[in-house]
Design a protein around this ligand. Structure first.
Ligand code: HEM
Length: 273
């Protein structure tokens, strides 16, 4: 996420010098799970000397990175002037560039800085363990079933067509690769417990049960994506279900890994399964 989130390298793969950064990220996030159902508790804990120590230290680290970035005054023009080493640094240099550009156009009050720092923190936190866990599970399935690797090779080698690496356009054509990614995301959603949503003021009917308006509801993502009502052989890793075996997906809306939409997940339940 250094490259992807901040457009700079922390060399985590070659040195343990900066290992304290992901460790701090993890300790600072340890309260998020228990406090998510009680959102007002987080800011109180954050201000307490002992309980809030790690989350303040993490925020301080993000702040130092943001200040460094603002001082450098990097914008999109700089990005196109110096092509990045590979696609993801290009992508996120653009994300952080947008955030810094918005800050530079603001009145630069403290609240504007808080937005910049908060959005940067969200990008780093949002992209770190989600991606790491998904890739770990994906490679677990490839190691467990080497025939999947053979299928991927058979699909990807012709797409290379003499090049040394695939670009995004090539990958978009790779149906089995996309199926492998979808299956990893389905069987092992990075946020398995789901996110809270508020019912609309008029309330909502869910499978014949009325839930009053302004009620916090959470859909269990992991359970929904392992449910035989939604997927045939739901616990099995079958990439083909995403392209050549559509009958193995019984309810297309029961893919909640991204938790998209203000009410998206509630609609899954309110429609017949
Ligand atoms: C396997 C990869 C990922 C998964 C499964 C994932 C999943 C999610 C989920 C479930 C949410 C919550 C949406 C909600 O509130 O309902 C979320 C939010 C977010 N994610 Fe990811 N994410 C992934 C990768 C990333 C990456 C790589 C980045 C950044 C480069 C990122 C940045 C964010 C941000 C900024 C939010 C907050 C959006 C908002 O509040 O509007 N995520 N992600």
């Amino acid at each position: 996420m250094g490259d992807l989130g901040l457009g700079k390298e922390f060399h985590m793969m070659t040195s343990d010098k900066n290992r304290w950064i992901p460790t701090l990220l993890e300790t600072s996030m340890s309260q998020v799970g228990p406090t998510t159902p009680v959102p007002w508790l987080g800011p109180i804990l954050h201000k307490m000397p002992k309980a809030g120590h790690h989350s303040r230290a993490w925020l301080e680290f993000v702040g130092s990175q943001v200040r460094e970035r603002v001082d450098k005054q990097v914008d999109r023009a700089d990005v196109s002037a110096s092509p990045p080493a590979f696609w993801c640094s290009r992508l996120t240099r653009q994300i952080i560039s947008h955030l810094v550009a918005a800050y530079n156009e603001s009145e630069k009050k403290d609240v504007d800085y808080q937005w910049l720092r908060g959005d940067t923190r969200l990008t780093i936190v949002g992209g770190s363990d989600t991606t790491a866990a998904t890739l770990t599970f994906l490679f677990y399935h490839l190691a467990k079933d080497p025939s999947q690797v053979d299928k991927l090779r058979a699909e990807l080698e012709p797409l290379l067509d003499g090049k040394t690496r695939l670009d995004a356009r090539d990958v978009a054509k790779a149906q089995h690769l996309n199926g492998v990614i979808q299956e990893a995301l389905r069987l092992h959603p990075a946020i398995p417990s789901g996110f809270p949503r508020l019912t609309p003021p008029e309330g909502i009917m869910v499978s014949g049960t009325y839930i009053p308006g302004d009620t916090v509801v959470v859909l269990p993502v992991y359970a929904m994506q392992h449910d035989e009502n939604n997927y045939a052989d739901a616990d099995e890793f079958v990439p083909e279900r995403w392209y050549s075996r559509p009958e193995m997906i019984k309810n297309r809306e029961a893919f909640l890994t991204w938790n998209i939409g203000e009410l998206g997940n509630l609609r899954v339940l309110s429609s017949p399964v």
